[in-house]
Write a protein that binds this ligand. Structure first.
Ligand code: DGJ
Length: 378
């Protein structure tokens, strides 16, 4: 079934591809949508993984923009990957990395090598103080001496003066860790402490930013405060204090696909279980602070298909209109055998007066057209 976006409804759980304004399938998986005002013009920006070529070659990070959340203009690849180190001589990479030493270039190549790298779940923040846009992403993939796709397990950071690129990679890093050599670090082990896999960002109303990530072999969700440039941890990992500069959440819970949002002074986190590309039941939790502690409230899905989150995995919640309680759950409908044709599931978050939420199975919906009696407060 092909549904034209001009109908101005969201596909919801319908199995329909999303096209950009040129009729090309949108390539922005594991993504995030947010509003920025650039040169006096407010628009929605959708950042995500480009999977044009499937899992590999890795297509980098793609950006789209929209006035209405329905019609998406292709803004291109904003963080490009590379075929070979020869490309450092091309104008594009020369402008970004021309002043780097050859050692630095070697490191950058490992992280951007399209035939070996993994770039997943990119998320962006705008920093009001520095005037820069900052991308964090799950930086993984094979590197000399290691053929595993998910053994590197780092966070990548890139910056630019514009949300539409070109972004310059600053580096890829391990992050905070629980400082106990005898602790349970899952398959990572103590040697690989500070690992980062599925990740997301959250910007609080006081402009403090947080990075949320699966660590300790995906057993535990870390939430770490960023510094005021948003390009690094607030306190270097060797000095950071657990419970102050970072927290460990859902310990042993094996959560992925974290998506945090704020609604009526409560912080919400939607996440998934850990089953590679296969869907599983979502979970959600609430807290009074972005670093927790979190109160687990179970699966927000209530309709048939709830055990697979309607065949989706969370990636972001868009606060479309917080005052009116209009929030959109953004999920990926991964197609493991054909990742480039993975789809997107957007659903309204239904808030109940007690602050609990529901995700109902809906096709072709918009905020003024609800076919049943779900409560929307606002
Ligand atoms: C689940 C994660 O949520 C995805 O981003 C991706 O890393 C897959 N696992 C890989 O199996």
């Amino acid at each position: 079934m092909k549904i034209n976006l001009k109908d101005e409804t969201f596909h919801g759980t319908a199995d329909a591809p999303w096209y950009d304004t040129q009729g090309k399938p949108i390539q922005a998986h594991g993504g995030q949508v947010q509003r920025f005002t650039v040169d006096g013009r407010e628009k929605w920006y959708w950042i995500g993984e480009d999977k044009t070529y499937g899992y590999r070659p890795c297509g980098g990070i793609h950006m789209y923009s929209s006035d209405d959340l329905f019609h998406w203009k292709d803004e291109g690849i904003i963080l490009r990957t590379m075929q070979s180190t020869d490309e450092f001589e091309d104008a594009y990479f020369q402008t970004l990395y021309g002043t780097c030493s050859s050692e630095e270039k070697e490191k950058i190549f490992v992280d951007l090598d399209q035939n070996n790298c993994v770039i997943e779940r990119p998320k962006m923040l705008y920093n009001e103080k520095t005037g820069k846009y900052v991308i964090w992403f799950h930086a993984d993939g094979r590197f000399p001496g290691c053929r595993g796709d998910y053994d590197k397990a780092k966070a990548g950071v890139a910056v630019c003066d514009s949300p539409t690129g070109a972004f310059r990679l600053l580096g890829t890093y391990k992050l905070n860790y629980h400082d106990d050599p005898n602790g349970d670090y899952g398959f990572d082990g103590w040697e690989n402490r500070g690992s980062v896999r599925d990740m997301n960002l959250f910007l609080d109303t006081d402009q403090t930013a947080y990075i949320i990530y699966s660590s300790e072999g995906n057993r535990t969700t870390f939430i770490s405060r960023l510094d005021d440039t948003y390009t690094a941890l607030a306190v270097p990992k060797e000095k950071a204090e657990e419970g102050v500069d970072f927290t460990r959440n859902f310990i042993g819970g094996f959560r992925e696909a974290h998506a945090m949002f704020l609604y009526r002074n409560k912080y919400y986190m939607i996440n998934s279980g850990c089953t590679a590309w296969s869907p599983n039941p979502a979970g959600y939790a609430v807290a009074d602070h972005p670093m927790g502690p979190w109160k687990d409230l179970g699966n927000p899905c209530v309709d048939e298909g709830k055990e697979t989150t309607y065949d989706s995995q969370s990636t972001c919640v868009i606060p479309v209109d917080a005052g009116r309680g209009r929030y959109i759950y953004m999920g990926d409908r991964w197609r493991e055998d054909d990742l480039g044709n993975s789809g997107y599931i957007w659903l309204p978050i239904l808030f109940s007066p007690d602050g609990t939420i529901m995700l109902k199975k809906r096709e072709n919906w918009n905020f003024t057209r609800f076919p049943d009696n779900a409560t929307i407060i606002g």
